[in-house]
Design a protein around this ligand. Structure first.
Ligand code: GBH
Length: 527
């Protein structure tokens, strides 16, 4: 029987954004500062010298933006809440700002009135500056885990009657490595004294990641104990999910790809889904790798109802790099024969390689213990060392076994971001930019990979959120890099749907399950 060409029942799709990247209005309605406000105003931090004071002006234009989303026919919208609008100083003893609550409350009601399912991210990198100043933000385990837990509780209380899909933390890797290792993201800490007056890149990223994982787990615990019984929603974390491929088939480069995945994904996914840190990380980092107490492990393990995955690209991996943040692995897009893996985006780290999108699902099931389990039950499989095995090789050779375990460990996957920045898109006018052929090409590839992953490979993917609904502030790249399916003229704040928006709208319309479509259409009370 030919595989289905339709999406499964109840499949959710929509676009994604984050508060600091789109909202602007940074000193309106009692909002407190976030660590990104002043960071981008420091010399050399933002590529074009611009900041988030206005961004896509979405705090002001929120109603129009929701109307535009509705006109696209999306079933959902992934947005993030700005902690410093809700608790301006951030802490558990600091006052809650009624205007912040009111804004997001109206916002959620408006989404629901259009039949759009809210997917709310609690933390997309905009830590209240108050907490950074008071105790060093994510570096302070005792304080930050309780303050984050309290903030989450405030949000569940205020919005959980209507929000049934929660994402705790977006891409903790970026906070740890870019914020506290390389120093290119707020709060900009690094050992490199040309970059930052303070910081220790050899210890802080591992501590920050550890504290973020624990904070996430504490928020999930509160949700499950105090809110889930009545509110009945789902909650989980969302991780960087770029795929790693060996540069060639030499054993050291096959290992290198696995090491890259351990440091990029396993660092968070192993603790959250399996209850331990990747053995290879301990091997490399020794005493610098923190550990949880048994009580902490008991809340960390199993602390996500689904697998939230942001995935953009694929890196070719070669052994022998000195970059600890990549597991001592070198990344490249150039194949051994000199050809490029895919088409280059504006972002240096991004090339178009849809096969990687389909492959990346395996990373979730190739976490060390699962493979060890496979190995235990299939002792004839190749294995290296006693506590670490080369699971890429195993995956390639025993896909059927992996698929069996995949059933057993199955967690639904929500693809919470996937997107492409077209080269030089900021140098042309709206008329030109809306013809975003390279982005259309990218989404042609990833949507096909999505459908194949679901219908050919049998992977349980339940949602897909292209990044991003709007052109917006691309963090340290300022406005030089655009990811939107909607062009934003940052002078006039006018919005122009790009060809990629039209492509995706049509693609999903043609592939939605008809009953699901009818059910959701009926939910909208506004057109
Ligand atoms: C996402 O991160 C973010 O969630 C989103 O806010 C952002 O706008 C979007 O992607 C597009 O960038 O050269 O070492 O600094 C995507 C994953 C991982 C991509 C870190 C950039 C920086 C590599 N990001 N990476 S480095």
């Amino acid at each position: 029987m030919a595989p289905s060409t339709k999406l499964p029942k109840d499949f959710i799709w929509g676009f994604a954004t984050a508060s600091f990247q789109i909202e602007g209005s940074v000193d309106v309605d009692g909002r407190g500062k976030s660590i990104w406000d002043d960071f981008l105003k420091l010399p050399g931090k933002s590529l074009d010298g611009k900041n988030g004071d206005v961004a896509s002006d979405s705090y002001r234009l929120w109603k129009e933006d929701i109307a535009l989303l509705a006109s696209y026919g999306v079933r959902s919208y992934r947005f993030s809440l700005a902690w410093s609008r809700i608790i301006p100083l951030g802490g558990r003893n600091d006052p809650v700002n009624p205007k912040g609550i009111e804004f997001y409350s109206k916002f959620i009601d408006e989404l629901l009135a259009h039949g759009i399912i809210p997917f709310a991210t609690l933390y997309h990198w905009d830590l209240p500056q108050g907490l950074q100043d008071r105790y060093g933000g994510w570096l302070n385990k005792e304080e930050i885990t309780l303050d984050y837990q309290n903030y989450a509780r405030v949000c569940f209380e205020a919005f959980g009657d209507r929000v049934k899909h929660w994402l705790t933390i977006n891409e903790p890797w970026c906070c740890a490595v870019l914020g506290h290792g390389r120093g290119v993201f707020a709060p900009g800490r690094s050992s490199d004294r040309n970059r930052s007056p303070e910081g220790d890149s050899s210890t802080e990223p591992w501590i920050v990641a550890h504290n973020i994982i624990l904070a996430h787990a504490k928020a999930v615990t509160v949700y499950r104990e105090q809110f889930k019984p009545t509110q009945n929603g789902l909650i989980g974390i969302t991780l960087n999910g770029d795929w790693a491929m060996p540069y060639d088939d030499s054993p050291e480069n096959i290992d290198a790809a696995q090491h890259a995945l351990d440091f990029a994904i396993g660092w968070y996914a192993d603790p959250v889904y399996l209850g331990f840190y990747p053995p290879y990380m301990r091997e490399v980092l020794g005493d610098r790798m923190p550990d949880f107490t048994p009580e902490e492990w008991s809340i960390v393990k199993g602390s996500s109802d689904f697998y939230g995955m942001n995935t953009y690209t694929t890196n070719l991996c070669r052994a022998g790099g000195d970059d600890e943040f990549q597991g001592l692995v070198d990344y490249t897009f150039t194949r051994p024969d000199g050809s490029q893996l895919g088409h280059q985006a504006q972002s240096a780290w991004l090339q178009d390689y849809p096969d990687g999108f389909r492959a990346v699902r395996l990373s979730i099931f190739s976490l060390s213990s699962i493979v060890l389990t496979c190995v235990c039950e299939a002792p004839q499989l190749p294995m290296e060392g006693s506590n670490h095995c080369n699971y890429l090789t195993i995956l390639a050779t025993v896909t059927d076994i992996v698929l069996r375990y995949l059933q057993r460990y199955k967690l639904p996957i929500y693809v919470t971001e996937n997107g492409f920045s077209v080269k030089n898109e900021s140098d042309v006018n709206a008329d030109e930019a809306v013809k975003d052929f390279d982005r259309v090409h990218y989404f042609q590839g990833t949507t096909k990979a999505l459908l194949d992953a679901i219908n050919v490979d049998g992977v349980d993917i339940r949602a897909y959120f292209p990044w991003s609904f709007l052109d917006n502030l691309e963090w340290a790249d300022g406005y030089t890099t655009r990811f939107g399916v909607t062009y934003v003229d940052f002078e006039t704040q006018k919005r122009y749907p790009k060809d990629s928006a039209r492509f995706l709208i049509k693609w999903f319309k043609e592939r939605e399950d008809p009953e699901t479509a009818a059910k959701w259409d009926a939910k909208a009370t506004k057109t």
